[in-house]
Design a binder for this molecule. Structure first.
Ligand code: TMP
Length: 219
């Protein structure tokens, strides 16, 4: 039974960490919430749904800086380090305590977002981004990562053009690099990162995700 979140820091964790990833507009948040409801209804394990960046008060403050459209002068390295800082706070304050209690933690984004957005999207040195990821995630590696894959044009249309945040307002080519980065990650770690086609009915996608999660919970 794969119920132990792997930790390179050797911390004692007994829960399960499931992360959702994808380009903006891929439908992660809807699917993460659907999975939370399904797991809670099953009443087998306590469940916690979180978002990265955010959730804890400090990480939410960092999130506001990161997504603020008036911060156009932010350097890509500053951006990376702020995401990692927010993540470290989320891990130490929320994720590790929940895993230690044996909870299923569902996280809407995690360090794969930094690899895809800052590594592939901003084209920062990938090895440096991955090193920063290990620090930001405090050594945690998800048990399962659901990658919702969707055509960039379809995803951008879903988002619309109004009230886009600093990252969402990036050009189409940026989002295309992010998508390709995610797909490269899935090829590199096929056991952990599962690609789910995001251009189908919400219920169909949710059913496929439940199967993947059941395999991890029961396997
Ligand atoms: P969200 O709107 O899905 O919560 O994510 C906020 C934005 O932050 C989204 O455009 C993706 C971006 N992001 C990164 O660029 N790097 C990261 O490490 C994370 C977690 C998110």
């Amino acid at each position: 039974m794969a119920t132990v979140a792997k930790s390179r820091t050797g911390c004692d964790v007994s829960g399960l960490l499931i992360t959702f990833e994808g380009i903006d507009g891929a439908g992660k948040s809807v699917q993460a919430e659907a999975l939370r409801q399904w797991l809670e209804a099953a009443k087998q394990r306590a469940v916690l749904l979180l978002r990265d960046p955010g959730t804890s008060p400090i990480a939410e403050q960092i999130r506001r800086i990161l997504l603020d459209r008036t911060n156009g002068a932010m350097s890509p390295w500053t951006e990376l380090l702020l995401y990692e800082a927010a993540r470290a706070q989320l891990v130490e304050e929320c994720i590790k305590p929940a895993l230690a209690l044996g909870k299923v933690v569902i996280c809407d984004r995690f360090y794969d977002s930094a690899t895809a957005y800052q590594g592939y999207g901003r084209q920062l040195d990938l090895a440096a981004v991955m090193q920063a990821n290990r620090i930001g995630a405090c050594g945690l590696v998800p048990d399962l990562t659901i990658l919702l894959d969707l055509d960039v044009e379809v995803a951008l249309q879903r988002k619309g053009r109004l009230a886009l945040d600093r990252l969402e307002q990036e050009e189409r080519a940026f989002h295309e690099r992010v998508r390709q980065g995610y797909l490269a990650l899935a090829r590199a770690e096929p056991d952990r990162v599962k690609v789910v086609q995001g251009d189908r009915a919400v219920g169909t996608i949710a059913a496929e995700i439940r199967q993947l999660v059941t395999a991890v919970l029961g396997g």
